[in-house]
Ligand binder design. Structure first.
Ligand code: ADP
Ligand code: MG
Length: 260
C-alpha cells in the first residue's frame, strides 16, 4: 500500500475486492499519467478520489471500466481481468456491462425519451423484454425522483434532472460497481444537491462506488476512504477525517488549503 494502509478490506471481512489494481502504469506519449497505481476497493466501499486538475483522476477511473488502455500492471474487476495494451479480450465486454459510469457531461441520447434512454441497454445487452425493462426503468426513475419526466426528451430537462436520468440509466444494468467522474461539475449550483442526494442514497444502499469529485463536504460525509492523487500517483489515502483534518503529505496539505 501507499503511505496509509488500506483498512477497508479488513473492515468488510475476507471478501474479494470488487476492484484490484496492481502496479498499473499508463503513458500518454511522454506523459506518465498513472504511476504504479495499487488500489483495492472492497464490496460496498465508497472511495472518493480527489486531486488537482490534470493529476490523473479521470484516467484512473476510466481504466477501471476499460475506457482507457494502460501499458503495465493489471486490473481485476469482480473477477474479470483487464490486461495491458488492449489484450483483455472478452473480460472487457463483461466489465462494461457490470460497471456503471456517470460522467460530467450527461451523455444521454438526445433523440430518445428519458424512458428509452433507461431501457435501451437492458433490452439490447441483456435481451430483456420491453415490459420488464420499462418496469425497471420506471422504478429507477422514481428512485431518483423524476418519474414524472419519463416521456420527455433530455433537452427538455434541467441539468440536474438529466444527470439523474444518467444515474438511472447506469443503474438499469444492475451494476456491481458505479464510477462517477465529476458528476456535478457541469451543473448550476442549485442542482448539485439533488444529484448528490441520489448518490448519497445509493451509497447508503451499499453500492460500491468510486467517485471523482470536488465536492469536499459530500466526500467527507459519504466516503469510506479518500484518495489524494498527484502527478499520476496515489500520494495519500485514508478515512475522510484523517485526510481532510490531518493530511500528512505536503502536497495534500497545499491542495486542501486551496479547495477547502
Ligand atoms: P484529471 O481528471 O485529474 O483532471 P486526467 O486524467 O484527465 O486528469 O488527465 C491527466 C493528464 O493526462 C493531464 O495532463 C491530461 O492533459 C493528460 N491526458 C488526458 N487524456 C489525454 C489524452 N487522451 N491524450 C493525451 N494526454 C491526455
Ligand atoms: Mg478529470
Amino acid at each position: 500500500m501507499n503511505e496509509t494502509t488500506n483498512t477497508a478490506s479488513r473492515q468488510t471481512g475476507e471478501r474479494e475486492p470488487i476492484v484490484r489494481m496492481d502496479k498499473v502504469n499508463k503513458h500518454f506519449g511522454k506523459l506518465h499519467v498513472m504511476q504504479d497505481i495499487d488500489l483495492e476497493v472492497a464490496p460496498g466501499e465508497v472511495v472518493v478520489i480527489i486531486g488537482a486538475s490534470g493529476s490523473g483522476k479521470s484516467t484512473l477511473i476510466r481504466c477501471v471500466n476499460g475506457l482507457e488502455e494502460f501499458q503495465g500492471g493489471r486490473i481485476v474487476v469482480d473477477g474479470n481481468e483487464l490486461l495491458p495494451n488492449g489484450k483483455s479480450g472478452k473480460s472487457l465486454q463483461t466489465i462494461r456491462t457490470e460497471v456503471g459510469m456517470v460522467f460530467q457531461q450527461f451523455n444521454l441520447f438526445p433523440h430518445l425519451s428519458v424512458l428509452d434512454n433507461v431501457t435501451l441497454a437492458p433490452m439490447k445487452v441483456r435481451n430483456w423484454p420491453r415490459d420488464k425493462a420499462l418496469e425497471t426503468a420506471r422504478k429507477l426513475l422514481a428512485r431518483v425522483g423524476i418519474e414524472d419526466q419519463a416521456d420527455k426528451y433530455p433537452g427538455q430537462l434541467s441539468g440536474g434532472q438529466q444527470q439523474r436520468v444518467a444515474l438511472a440509466r447506469a443503474l438499469a444494468m444492475g451494476p456491481r460497481l458505479m464510477l462517477f467522474d465529476e458528476p456535478t461539475s457541469a451543473l448550476d449550483p442549485e442542482m448539485i444537491g439533488e444529484v448528490l442526494d441520489a448518490m448519497r442514497e445509493l451509497a447508503n444502499e451499499g453500492m460500491t462506488m468510486m467517485i471523482v469529485t470536488h465536492e469536499m463536504g459530500f466526500a467527507r460525509e459519504v466516503a469510506d476512504r479518500v484518495i489524494f492523487v498527484h502527478g499520476g500517483r496515489i500520494v495519500e489515502q485514508g478515512p475522510p477525517e484523517e485526510v481532510f483534518d490531518h493530511p500528512r503529505h505536503e502536497r495534500t496539505q497545499s491542495f486542501l488549503s486551496r479547495v477547502l
